[in-house]
Design a protein around this ligand. Structure first.
Ligand SMILES: [Fe+2]
Ligand SMILES: [Fe+2]
Length: 301
């Protein structure tokens, strides 16, 4: 086997690592808007030399708001996906049932946490930051696909959160400590989700022919194209929010939107697509599928 994940051990790790909402972000807690929130490797706002330092930081904060609201959107469709996956086998394996329901419960807690962050952001940020949505419509569009395709997209997302925290947040001295701790706590629980999702994808792929897997990969690309369209609209919304915040139009507007769209492609798709663990799962299912993802990866770099 290409991994040693199992439901019993993963549930035990999850239960040991669990935290309470108030330990991470109290309802009345305020964010420190004098700092960047997102690491530069994800936000890429410091590279925008046409903007001054204040404008770069403001756009960084808008991108951070996008990040956590986007994760709430994603977790809203992970929740029904998990319940649907668990439901047909509620009496088979106790460890599996408990691990999947605990996974769902943690995602529900994360959605709650991200809503709290959103409220704190709205309290402290001078203008409204428009988001794509509604989240129900995004979720419905994704969930209408083959569960294997949805499972692969979720697996990619779970591993990307690992890459984001370990690769660019953990040792970052630049960003707001509260935002950093929020990301750390999310990462702790997500590290078990990524293992459970690996088991889910393995189960969904079992017994499928090469043609069926190929078709599921087509659907992963459909979902990625749909998400990418959303990311482009979101980049436009973010620049509009920046303009409202600084009360003027930015120069090189289209260039900034394109650059921020590319940053989001890496953040939400590319960084998961190239994760070694994600690649290992896909390679195990189908080397052809792995080659198709590897070929597409540079678009999302
Ligand atoms: Fe989560
Ligand atoms: Fe998760």
């Amino acid at each position: 086997m290409y991994h040693d994940f199992n439901y019993e051990a993963t549930l035990a790790s999850s239960l040991r690592a669990q935290w309470q909402l108030d330990d991470v972000l109290r309802e009345d807690q305020d964010l420190d808007f004098s700092r960047n929130f997102l690491p530069e490797s994800l936000a890429r706002t410091a590279q925008l030399t046409g903007l001054n330092a204040f404008e770069q930081k403001t756009l960084n904060q808008i991108a951070a708001h996008e990040y956590l609201v986007m994760f709430a959107v994603v977790e809203e469709f992970i929740l029904p996906f998990l319940l649907d996956h668990a439901r047909p086998h509620l009496l088979d394996d106790d460890w599996r049932v408990r691990a999947l329901l605990n996974f769902a419960s943690e995602e529900a807690k994360h959605i709650h946490l991200f809503k709290r962050f959103h409220a704190a952001f709205v309290r402290g940020f001078p203008v409204e930051c428009q988001m794509i949505g509604p989240s129900e419509a995004i979720g419905a569009e994704i969930l209408r696909h083959d569960p294997l395709a949805v499972g692969l997209v979720i697996l990619m997302i779970e591993w990307m959160t690992q890459q984001h925290y370990l690769g660019s947040i953990k040792d970052n001295g630049d960003i707001d400590p509260l935002f950093k701790s929020l990301m750390r706590n999310h990462w702790i629980e997500e590290s078990q989700h990524a293992k459970l999702d690996t088991l889910i994808v393995d189960a969904l792929a079992e017994g499928r022919s090469e043609a069926e897997i190929d078709k599921a990969v087509d659907e992963v690309f459909e979902i990625a194209t749909f998400l990418d369209g959303g990311l482009k609209s979101q980049a436009e919304f973010n620049v509009e929010a920046l303009e409202r915040a600084i009360n003027q139009t930015v120069l090189n507007r289209e260039e900034i939107i394109a650059q921020q769209h590319q940053a989001a492609r890496w953040t939400y798709i590319g960084s998961g697509l190239v994760h070694e663990r994600f690649k290992a799962t896909v390679e195990n299912i189908s080397p052809k599928a792995a080659a198709r993802f590897a070929e597409a990866a540079p678009i999302f770099a």
